[in-house]
Design a protein around this ligand. Structure first.
Ligand code: NAP
Length: 315
């Protein structure tokens, strides 16, 4: 045991650190040039930032979201549209899409629709096939609105959130898989520390993120057994400074959020390098997880100490 602690564990740590940092250095933005990428939930937050990074790298970017709020701003200016698909496709180019084009995307388009409806998820992928002629990377990032408070017992809300945050990820994966198999592509699943550790005040959200880990980690194993050349990258994120997350949790959480721009880039790097998991930021996600199996109650205590429940908004 003494020998193990003194020699093997430090050596293992060094090997892991070497693997981690050497693979990061291999990333080159040119790797994304001309690649066909779907980013879901890209009207705002991390998804929006991913779309901009991909655009700068010269990818073909197809973004999805429900709303056309940002669209309204350019609505008057563009004013032309065609509606060639059964689903509700946005008729005008989103502000995000316009910016992607300006940043150098090989092409940029929006497909709008709610991920609560499984038929929509399939149709979104069909559009990608029709308009991009294939797919290299599917980035599943969208997240349904939930509350940040004690669990209120609303089973219907849990079910709705499971549809948006979990089942739609499954449905999109199933629909996109033939294209991804053809291209030897990648699936990138944006999850959370709340999908690895029980966090308070996000019970329905946490359940959906744990489900993602179970589904995609099992699927990765099957891909490996069947030699399916499609990578799956699960992204474990800490607190990020997106508008929605800040509005929900900034008053209650005793931690500083990490920048969404950098977070978005790390996700793209991890997916491109076909990493199994991405941890962002590394120190505040991966390191606490080392405690999870060995000192779960200590980790739970440390987590609880990061919250100020007295600041929760009245439900
Ligand atoms: N921010 C954080 O602190 C944090 C921490 C850990 C993990 N994450 C994960 O990172 C990802 C992005 O988070 P974020 O903070 O950037 O989120 P966000 O700013 O709230 O953006 C969510 C996106 O999802 C879309 N969306 C919401 N409901 C939808 C629906 N029913 N159908 C289709 N699209 C829908 C939204 O667009 P519309 O409303 O226009 O549809 C928006 O584009 C999520 O998976 C989240 O769980 C975030």
């Amino acid at each position: 045991m003494g020998l193990l602690q003194k020699i093997l564990i430090p050596i293992l740590g060094l090997v892991l650190a070497f693997c981690f940092y050497s693979s990061r250095e291999n990333f080159k933005p040119e790797m994304l040039k001309g690649k066909r990428v779907i980013v879901t939930g890209a009207s705002t937050g991390i998804g929006e930032q991913m779309a901009y990074h991909l655009a700068r790298m010269g990818a073909h970017v197809l973004v999805t979201a429900r709303t056309e709020a940002k669209l309204q701003q350019v609505n008057g200016k563009l004013g032309t549209h065609t509606c060639t698909h059964r689903h509700r496709k946005a008729n005008l180019t989103l502000q995000v899409v316009e910016r992607c084009r300006a940043l150098g995307a090989s092409s940029a388009r929006l497909v709008s629709g709610s991920m609560e409806d499984m038929a929509t998820t399939r149709q979104l992928v069909e559009v990608a096939e029709a308009e991009l002629g294939g797919l290299d990377m599917l980035i599943l990032n969208h997240v349904g609105k939930s509350y940040f408070n004690y669990f209120d017992g609303d089973v219907g809300h849990v079910q709705k959130l499971l549809n948006i945050n979990f089942l739609s990820y499954v449905a999109m994966t199933v629909s996109a898989l033939p294209m991804l198999k053809r291209s030897g592509g990648s699936i990138v699943v944006v999850s959370s520390m709340a999908g690895k550790v029980g966090f308070p005040f996000t019970v329905p959200y946490s359940a959906t993120k744990f489900a993602l880990d179970g589904f995609f980690s099992s699927l990765r194993q099957e891909f490996s057994i069947q030699s399916v050349n499609v990578s799956i990258t699960l992204c474990i994120l800490g607190f990020i400074d997106t508008e929605n997350a800040m509005r929900a949790a900034a008053d209650v959480l005793l931690m500083s959020p990490a920048p969404k721009e950098e977070c978005a880039l790390e996700i793209i790097k991890g997916g491109t390098l076909r990493q199994r998991e991405v941890y962002y930021r590394y120190a505040s996600t991966k390191l606490p997880l080392l405690l999870r199996d060995w000192a779960a109650e200590l980790l739970d205590l440390l987590v609880r100490q990061r919250y100020r429940p007295e600041r929760l908004r009245a439900a």
